[in-house]
Each structure stands twice: as C-alpha cells, then as structure tokens.
Design a protein around this ligand. Structure first.
Ligand code: FRU
Length: 494
C-alpha cells in the first residue's frame, strides 16, 4: 500500500515529466522531473538492472528525499518507474537517504536506506538523527518494514555519531548479511562501520572496517565494497578533502581503496588508494555485478560544490554517469564504458595515420552525441610538447583537453563551455606514460562529457553548461606535427 506522500510524488512526476523532455540527455539517467543526487540500490533483480536514486521531484533543489526508480536491460536504454519510497514514516520523515538493495531468498527485493528525522536539542539546535531502515518490494512496489529503524544509535560503538550515520551498503557472504555504513567517529572524520545479520532484519555491530583519521577528507559517504580480480575494493566519497598534488582536489572527492578484507576480523588492509575520477562532476559511485560477471559502476554526475549552477528555467537537475565496467591492473581501478554502448554507434568515421599540426577539423568528426577514440603518437624521432583537442566548439565555445607528454599532465578546461558560473572549470591530472602515445576515448551526451584515458587507466567526468547544442565542432592541434588515428561514431538512442 503506498502512502499519500508517495502517491503525491508519483502523480507529480506523471503530470510534469514531459516538461523536462527537451532537456534530457539521450542515454544518461535523470529524474523524471526535479532534482536527483546519489545512485541508490543499483542491483541486478529478476533479469534486469534496477537503479534507484536520491530524488526530490518538486523542484530542482535538494529537498525531503524520496527514492526515484528506473530499470534497464542494457545500461543504455532506461525505463523510468514510479518513485519507489517517500519520506512518509516516523523513522524517515525528514528523508530517505542513500542506500543499497539485495534480493532476499524468497525473491523479494530488500532496500536498506538511511532514515532521517529531526529533533531539537536542549540548547535549541535542531539536528538530524540518522539510522538505517528497510523496505521490501517486488521491483515496483515497496513496503516499509514495520520494525524500522533496524540499526540505531543503540547499535553504535562508543564515540560513533548518531547524526552522521548513513548510506548502508548491504551484501551477503555465505549465510550472513553484512552492511557497511558511513559514520563520523570522535575525531570528527570518517569511518566505515560493519554490521552483521542472519536474516537482513536483525542486526548487530561487528567492527570498524576502516577509518579516515582525518587523512583523506572527513566524513566518508556512500561506501561500496566488492571483490574484483583477486582484490577487495572499497569505494568511498569523502567530504572536505584537502588537495594533494593533482591526485586529490579540495572538497567532495571519490577514493578507491584496494586491499584485502580479513574475513575473520573484518578489518580492511589497504594496499593502494587513488582518486576514482579526475574530473569535476563525479560523486557517490555504486556498483553491481552483472549476470555475466562484470562489475559495473555508476555515479552521480555532479559535485555538491556546484549544485547552485543551473541552466535557467531547467525542470531537471542531476544525471547519472554512463555505467562503467571495472577491472584492476597494476594496483589501479580501470574503468571503461559498458560494452553495450557500442550497439548504439552509427555513422562510423575513421582516420588512420593522419599528420596534424595547426588546429584542424577532420571531415565528419564533430557532434554532441558521440563515442570517439583518438590515438596520438609522436612522429618517429620527433617528440612533441603538447597536443590539444577541442570539443563542443563553435566561434565562442569549446572545451579543451591538452596533453603534455613531458610531464604526462592532462589539463581539461571547460571555462568556455557555455556556462556563466564563476566556479572551478579546470582540472589537471597525470596519466601514465606510454612512450609519448596517448589514447583518449570521448563519450559525450549533449552536456555530459566523460573522458577515458589509455584504455580506462584514468577517467574524468565533466558537465557542460550550454543550452544550445550547436557548438559541436572538434579540432586537433599540436606544437609540432604528430600522428593521430581517429575512430568516431554518432550515438543514437531512441
Ligand atoms: C551524498 C549524500 C549522502 C546522503 C545523501 C542525501 O551525496 O550526502 O551521504 O545519504 O547524499 O541526499
């Protein structure tokens, strides 16, 4: 039975979603209407992939959080479903925050999420209390568990915070369910607490799996954990990062920890750690395992710092990244677009061994819905100091991607992409050297730009801000003649 609050959200999205159709990207998930943030409950269920997300249908601002809902068979074409849950019970009246999903033995789908309610302290300050809740459903309709909340302040170890206790990631090993939840311990930074349960409904605290100790940001939001290529992998989204070289930028970041989860103690032993994405607009990633064994990640294609930057009169705000296939190589997380994207390629244009120098456009190489791979190589015996590609270009606009093989630095600059916002528009980061060669894959869906370097060794995600998609030219140049191969397709998803 759905509540009045949920009913109202469903009616609202049904009535108004068509007013956002003009703004929608072709193959990236957005809300039917209004605001979205983090992906939630990204999971395989009954032969399809489900994606829920933080959702406030009524405006393009963050508000009392609902869970929006979509599903897909191939990660490219999505079917939007009615909102799944709403802030309609005592345990979550101030919001249904982020969480995850798992299939129960009886075939039902379990959503584990953070319920938020507000209380006023003795000193007059209003504070959020966060605790973990459950909802059970069939892929369309969900019922809140009458025993909510199932994980509260009472389950917390000493020093842990009931105000920052959120984003449960549930999984099962053998006959035991585990859930890792972000928390803020006494040192004010972030920690990952693990809880265990035999039935997914009754939980007890196990241990602190890993902690930030104010080293990589503060509160760690939205943890995910999975095994991949012989390693255990944790993804977290730290708030209040301090910049470190060009590896970590200030503010909201995303980090992957590679190592081993000790199955006796449930302590995580880190072996390596790096940024997940080197662009500006990437946060709160989650993964799922496909039926054919691929680990696929999706993230919110925004950054909290910039959410005030919106196109005038927009009716939707926030999008998800393209789902990415993950693997591990040389202690690094490798990311590439899901292979299903290739089914939507049309009008291939290929150039091989082209010598380019001054800024040049190659016939047929342009567009705003494209999948393009560019391979740059020095001419024999002749190094180059810089190579630059400009995308989404017209007389006034453009986004540049520049590579300097001497320092292995990439600089992406979107300051002329059409936005009128005085925010960070440039990112520098280092790619791995390949003898002066560089491979860049560009996936662009209107104003959403995802770059993959050297077969996924690095990814960098950027949102562009141009209402008019006519800025669609692409140019290449270098300080001296270099050789490039270009393979470019239009992407058509109807
Ligand atoms: C991360 C986050 C989560 C929280 C949700 C609220 O972007 O802050 O920690 O559950 O967004 O919408």
């Amino acid at each position: 039975m759905s509540s009045e609050t949920l009913q109202k959200a469903r009616e609202y999205e049904k009535k108004y979603s068509r007013y956002a159709d003009q703004e929608r990207p072709a193959f990236h998930v957005t809300g039917q209407i209004g605001w979205i943030n983090d992906p939630n409950g990204f999971s395989a269920y009954k032969g399809e992939y489900h994606l829920f997300f933080q959702y406030h249908p009524y405006s393009v601002e963050w508000g009392p959080m609902h869970w929006g809902h979509a599903k897909t068979k191939d990660f490219i074409k999505w079917e939007m479903l009615p909102a799944a849950i709403a802030p309609d019970s005592a345990a979550d009246c101030a919001g249904c925050f982020s969480g995850s999903a798992i299939e129960l033995p009886d075939g039902k789908q379990l959503l584990m999420y953070t319920g938020v309610y507000r209380e006023t302290r003795e000193d007059g300050v209003t504070q959020d209390i966060q605790h973990q809740c459950l909802a059970i459903g069939d892929g369309l309709e969900y019922e809140k568990f009458e025993g909510n909340p199932v994980l509260t302040a009472e389950h917390l170890p000493e020093g842990a915070s009931p105000n920052d206790f959120r984003d449960p990631h549930i999984w099962k090993e053998g006959d035991t369910y585990y859930s890792v939840v972000g928390n803020r311990p006494a040192d004010g930074s972030g920690s990952l607490l693990v809880f265990e349960s035999k039935d997914a409904f009754h939980w007890k605290f196990k241990t602190e799996m890993d902690a930030c100790h104010n080293e990589y940001g503060r509160m760690w939001e939205c943890p995910d954990i999975f095994g991949l290529d012989g390693k255990d992998v944790i993804l977290v989204s730290p708030q209040e990062m301090v910049p470190l070289g060009v590896e970590f930028h200030a503010g909201f970041g995303t980090i992957v920890l590679l190592g081993k989860l000790d199955r006796e103690t449930f302590k995580f032993q880190r072996e390596a750690l790096h940024s997940i994405d080197y662009g500006i607009d990437f946060y709160a990633p989650q993964t799922l395992l496909t039926e054919d064994g691929r680990r696929v990640m999706i993230a919110w294609m925004e950054n909290w710092t910039n959410v005030g930057c919106k196109l005038t009169d927009c009716r939707i705000f926030g999008a998800m990244t393209l789902p990415r296939e993950l693997s591990i190589k040389n202690h690094r997380l490798i990311q590439n677009p899901v292979r299903e994207l290739e089914n939507y390629r049309t009008k291939g244009v290929h150039y091989k061994n082209m010598i380019i120098h001054h800024s040049v456009n190659l016939a047929g190489v342009n567009g705003r819905h494209i999948d393009m791979t560019v391979q740059v190589s020095p001419l024999s015996g002749n190094g180059y100091n810089w190579f630059r590609m400009e995308l989404a270009k017209d007389g006034e606009h453009g986004v540049s991607v520049r590579y300097k093989p001497g320092t292995n630095m990439i600089r992406v600059d979107r300051s002329r992409c059409g936005g009128r916002f005085d925010i960070v528009h440039t990112r520098d980061f280092v790619v791995f050297p390949h003898d002066g060669e560089l491979k860049i894959r560009v996936v662009m869906d209107g104003n959403l730009l995802e770059l993959f370097f050297n077969d996924g060794e690095q990814a960098a995600t950027f949102k562009l801000y141009n209402k008019n998609l006519d800025a669609r030219s692409i140019t290449f140049e270098a300080d001296v003649p270099v050789q490039i191969d270009v393979e470019k397709y239009d992407l058509v998803v109807e």
